[in-house]
Design a protein around this ligand. Structure first.
Ligand code: ZN
Length: 129
């Protein structure tokens, strides 16, 4: 097993960042099998989809609409229950195929970090097995 971490900066409360190149750079040159990409936070998520700019805008709009912004018990603590709930529905990890040190993604697939409570610096872990 090989593990690597990288950080990525987000610039809005709800936003999508294409982290495909960062994940690819974290892979050992001789890796083959699978890698898990895991975001180490409770208000961000990871997904795989097309990184077309208009679609990324649509994803941000859809994610923001997943749950109402207010009216949650957790808001009494730090005001971000909506972010926790959005990230929980989206998931905190993806498993991807790796061949000869490269991600084996489909033509239109990119690895996307979905920020639900930014702007923040996020840590992403890549584990190859
Ligand atoms: Zn919280």
């Amino acid at each position: 097993m090989v593990r690597a971490d990288f950080e990525t900066q987000t610039d809005d409360r709800v936003t999508v960042v294409d982290i495909t190149d960062d994940v690819a750079d974290a892979l050992p040159a001789d890796a083959s099998g699978t890698c898990t990409v895991f975001v180490r936070h409770t208000t961000a998520a990871v997904s795989v989809n097309e990184a077309e700019p208009r679609l990324l805008d649509d994803i941000e709009t859809a994610v923001a609409g997943l749950v109402p912004e207010s009216g949650w018990h957790h808001d009494e603590l730090d005001g971000n229950a909506d972010a926790h709930l959005r990230s929980m529905f989206l998931g905190r990890d993806v498993t991807l195929p790796v061949v000869d040190g490269s991600l084996d993604l489909g033509t239109w697939q990119s690895v996307l970090l979905v920020e639900c409570d930014g702007p923040r610096t996020r840590t992403v872990t890549v584990v190859c097995e």
